[in-house]
Design a protein around this ligand. Structure first.
Ligand code: UDP
Length: 406
């Protein structure tokens, strides 16, 4: 169990002192976070780190996940894809089913928060309970909604507009609405198993377990097996580079309990990689934090070739480990990488392959990018900054009409 004071050597005493002061002002308020999975994906990653720290600060914070069946999660994954701009067809029945499942959850779960903090679209319709329960309601969207399918965003707006405040991960995602909106980036926890320092021995053991050769360059992408993470594109990049340079490719990730597509994507990726012993497709069980940490630390270069991305926590995780990252210029990734300063931003397979060759050939340059990236993450994307902004947001709900600086 981490202690909030353990963060002092990383972020400084004054940051922690301020968190304690802000937390004290929330005494007596229960904060209930609700999302749709306790395991897998960025939202669960953040909540699992943040809730224990909030509680240590004395904030009465809790976390519950709504339940759903296969049909529900198929619909919500389609919502997710459609909000990212992927064309998907919906029937009225899908929308009705979605609402009915939210109502069923509301009937079964305890909604106890003075502040109910809803994450992403899956539980958004719980806001229907507001009239009955009162309290303050926040909706946080972790998705890039700059080019949403109109049918879905219009449907969701019917719920969004009933909240007290909205939170988005990047300025570009803000919605036209009269509601207070906070722009709060996600964060990583530098002391979690996923991100803490590891002894070389542990890193070597993980490589050995997966049969990866530590003496040759390793190029890695960590992501759920999802089309929007473009694992197929990653293999194409690797194949282009492999003609000129000896390297290994690691594609590691699992699924999420609210993502029904991962096995299909995994099988496609596997068949594309077949016959190449230097491609490692690792379907990891949940809670493979040390393994992921070790794979990231063992990598020469880390890729994040997403086609769409809300924020991209894996980029922050890699940069925090001082790794050179080549990532697509989508969603929240440009917030994390300044091109050619703290990483590389690309827009195509050819571009990614070009820079991958360069970084593998120029390790000193690659190292400099990684070092700059680490400082950028320290200054902007650690959990302490995130907690501070959440505490201010919660407090702002009780000071309506006043300006709150985040
Ligand atoms: N992750 C994990 N296991 C996996 C794949 C991903 O623990 O098999 C973690 C990853 O390290 C990161 C988070 O899940 O912390 C993914 O967040 P991101 O914002 O990159 O993408 P999302 O999955 O939310 O789209």
């Amino acid at each position: 169990m981490r202690d909030i004071n353990d963060y002092i050597p990383i972020v400084g005493q004054s940051v922690i002192d301020e968190l304690k002061l802000l937390a004290a002002k929330l005494e007596g308020k229960k904060i209930q976070n609700i999302n749709s999975t306790l395991i897998g994906g960025g939202v669960a990653e953040i909540l699992s780190c943040m809730i224990p720290l909030l509680r240590q600060l004395g904030v009465d914070a809790g976390w519950d996940a709504i339940k759903g069946n296969e049909r529900f999660f198929n619909i919500t994954k389609n919502f997710h894809n459609a909000l990212h701009g992927v064309p998907v067809e919906f029937s009225q029945d899908d929308f009705d089913f979605f609402v009915a499942m939210n109502r069923e959850n509301a009937a079964k779960m305890e909604l106890y928060g003075d502040i109910i903090f809803i994450h992403d679209p899956q539980p958004i319709a719980l806001i229907e309970q507001r009239e009955r329960l009162g309290g303050k309601w926040i909706w946080r969207c972790h998705i890039d909604i700059t080019q949403p399918q109109p049918e879905v965003i219009n449907f969701l707006k019917g719920y969004i507009e009933r909240y007290d405040a909205l939170v988005f991960s990047a300025p570009a995602y803000a919605l036209r609405t009269g509601l207070p909106q906070a722009l709060i980036s996600p964060s990583i926890d530098p002391l979690s198993d996923k991100n803490k320092e590891l002894p070389q021995e542990t890193i070597d053991q993980v490589l050995e377990k997966f049969g990866i050769d530590k003496t040759r360059p390793i190029v890695t992408q960590i992501s759920r097996f999802d089309y929007l993470k473009d694992p197929i594109g990653v293999i194409k990049v690797y194949q282009k580079v492999k003609k000129y340079l000896d390297c290994q490719l690691v594609l590691a990730g699992g699924g999420a309990t609210d993502d029904p597509e991962s096995l299909k994507v995994l099988n496609e990726v596997k068949s594309m990689a077949e016959g190449d012993p230097d491609i490692f497709i690792l379907f990891l069980p949940p809670d493979s934090n040390i393994e992921i940490n070790a794979l990231q630390r063992a990598s020469s270069v880390i890729l994040q070739k997403s086609l769409k991305e809300g924020f991209g926590l894996t980029v922050a995780e890699a940069l925090w480990k001082g790794k050179p990252v080549i990532a697509s210029a989508v969603g929240g990734i440009p917030l994390q990488i300044t091109h050619k300063y703290s990483g590389i931003l690309t827009r195509s397979i050819d571009g990614t392959a070009h820079y991958l060759k360069q970084l593998l050939n120029e390790p000193e340059y690659a190292k400099r990018l990684g070092a700059n990236g680490r400082e950028h993450i320290r200054n902007n994307f650690l959990t302490t900054r995130h907690i501070r902004e959440y505490l201010l947001l919660f407090l702002s709900l009780y000071h309506e009409g006043e300006v709150v600086r985040l």
